[in-house]
Ligand binder design. Structure first.
Ligand code: FAD
Length: 499
């Protein structure tokens, strides 16, 4: 029987809902929107749809979860979005066979199925609604990544559809022995570059943790001088540059959240999740040791030294891992948003602390809706062997920053985007950044940016490919792959690999 996907065109009442993804800035106008959305439920439907679309000279864009930070999926004037969200099976086809995750599966579904059926998991991201297709092909990192590495580190094979120079769809099952260069490129370079990934395979996966401890502390802006703020960032960075490097601490996942001071009313927060290598949270000494380092900044000064008093002070809560994992997810609601990223190899320098303090406190700067998440990074993500067999070059960082801004009205777009750009550029301008890389996180302190946190602002720098793919020759290899497997540049966006 011939595969028949669901096609939603501009006359269909579902079109306005389905034409956009999570970031409702895109498409900005009707003219920029795709002409149709083709919803496919399995590999055969995807293959047939892609062949029809390419044969009719229409541009395809590929969407799995629709959580792209830029316009790569939503903007395609009169083109076609091939939507894989109904192709969402998660299974292990037979005993002894690899686990298989279809690219349209949402991370929340993936976690639930892998846990309930097989008691394994992926060290992937925290949002329930993010799609495997974009997330995994761009790296895939989450609360278990320090302990278990990146999701791409676990992939053993991929099903992908490419287009040959004559416009014919080629179905490939790729691994280390078959199309190895394409296989490497699909493990980190980001989606939308080479073809349509339909399935990811994993020979083995990490066992699911059973229990985690969650904990947090807050530091009110009202008592935060620049000196204390700098000290807080120093304590945080020193941890990841010191104890955070030792394998015993890799079960600790932490985010420091820096929002604007709101005239002294807001808080700076540190939230942690911990489980040991056996997936339990019975001994919390590593968690307590981490939080104790900030004692000098906690007021009133902590009194008791017992585990009971620490559990109370740091709001420790023990939870089943699955519950904690699903609770941390958003519901996939839509927002206007802008994001940026930074990989940091070293603790914050004075100039960065000053810029952060200035922007987050200035009454003249409208930082409303802004949040900077500073993740403790490293651990298993920094396995040096993985530099050469995946397309994630950043394997030396100790912290990873996600710059975020959220707002509601289109009329605010220009001001919000300018604020983000100004703030980020100021952060990486000064003597801590080499002359040729001013305005960008590159040089001895940094490892550039994360492709899954796509940021088209960086295209204005000629070294943008090095920011996302490193300076060690990965990008030229990706260009070779592009030339070999997508010679007609069928799959492209503003930030895709140029042949
Ligand atoms: C709320 C939220 C939370 C997030 N949390 C995390 C996190 O914890 N960790 C993390 O690492 N990242 C996180 N991200 C970033 C996320 O990983 C990326 O935005 C990712 O690209 C989204 O994948 P998607 O399939 O949902 O997006 P889509 O918009 O569908 O696709 C993103 C890109 O991948 C391409 N693509 C999609 N599917 C395929 C496919 N099957 N084959 C080939 N190319 C494809 C698209 O063409 C596009 O270029 C988060 C994003 C959001 C919005």
């Amino acid at each position: 029987m011939q595969a028949v996907p669901v096609t939603v065109d501009r006359k269909d009442p579902r079109f306005d809902t389905l034409k956009r993804g999570n970031n409702i800035r895109f498409p900005a106008t009707d003219a920029e929107a795709a002409g149709r959305i083709v919803l496919c439920s399995d590999e055969a439907e995807v293959s047939a749809a892609l062949q029809r679309i390419v044969a009719s000279g229409i541009r395809p864009t590929i969407r799995s979860g629709g959580h792209c930070y830029e316009d790569f999926v939503a903007n395609n004037p009169n083109g076609a979005i091939i939507d894989l969200s109904l192709h969402n099976r998660v299974d292990a086809p037979a005993t002894g066979k690899p686990f298989r995750v279809a690219s349209g599966a949402r991370l929340g579904e993936v976690y639930q199925t892998l846990y309930k059926r097989y008691d394994v998991t992926l060290p992937a991201g925290t949002c329930y609604m993010v799609g495997a297709g974009g997330h995994i092909s761009g790296g895939g990192y989450g609360l278990l990544a320090r302990q278990r590495g990146l999701t791409v580190d676990w992939i053993t094979a991929i099903d992908i559809l490419t287009i040959d120079p004559h416009g014919k769809v080629i179905e490939r099952h790729i691994d280390k022995a078959h199309d190895p260069d394409l296989f490497r490129a699909c493990r980190g370079a980001g989606g939308g570059n080479f073809g349509i990934i339909t399935n990811f395979y994993f020979d083995t996966l990490p066992a699911s943790p059973q229990q985690v401890a969650e904990a947090s502390v807050s530091f009110p802006w009202s008592s935060m001088t620049e000196e204390k703020f700098t000290r807080l960032l120093a304590l945080y960075g020193d941890y990841w540059n010191g104890p955070g490097r030792t394998p015993e601490t890799w079960g600790l996942s932490v985010v420091l959240t820096l929002g604007p001071s709101k005239h002294g009313a807001g808080n700076i927060n540190i939230a942690a999740q911990y489980c040991d290598a056996n997936g339990k949270a019975s001994d919390l000494s590593i968690l307590y040791d981490f939080f104790d380092r900030f004692a000098e900044l906690i007021h009133p000064q902590p009194a008791g030294k017992s585990d009971e008093s620490k559990a109370e002070r740091y709001s420790v809560k023990l939870r089943p891992w699955l519950e904690a994992t699903l609770a941390g997810s958003d519901s996939g609601g839509t927002v206007r948003a802008k994001y940026k990223s930074t990989y940091m190899k070293k603790p914050f320098v004075q100039a960065e602390c000053h810029t952060l303090y200035k922007f987050l406190n200035s009454p003249n700067i409208d930082a409303h809706g802004f949040v900077l998440a500073v993740d403790g990074y490293g651990g298993a993500t920094n396995n040096p062997d993985r530099v050469h067999d995946t397309a994630i070059a950043q394997r030396s960082s100790i912290m990873k920053l996600q710059w975020q801004c959220y707002w509601a009205e289109a009329s605010e777009d220009a001001a919000r985007l300018k604020f983000m750009d100004d703030f980020y550029t100021a952060m990486y301008t000064g003597p801590h950044v080499p002359h040729e890389y001013q305005g960008t996180p590159f040089g001895e302190h940094y490892e550039g940016c994360y492709m899954n946190y796509a940021d088209a602002d960086m295209l204005r720098y000629t070294h943008w490919p090095q920011l996302f793919y490193g300076a060690a020759g990965l990008y030229p290899q990706l260009q070779q792959v592009k030339y070999q497997y997508d010679a007609n540049n069928i799959f492209h966006s503003s930030m895709s690999v140029r042949a």
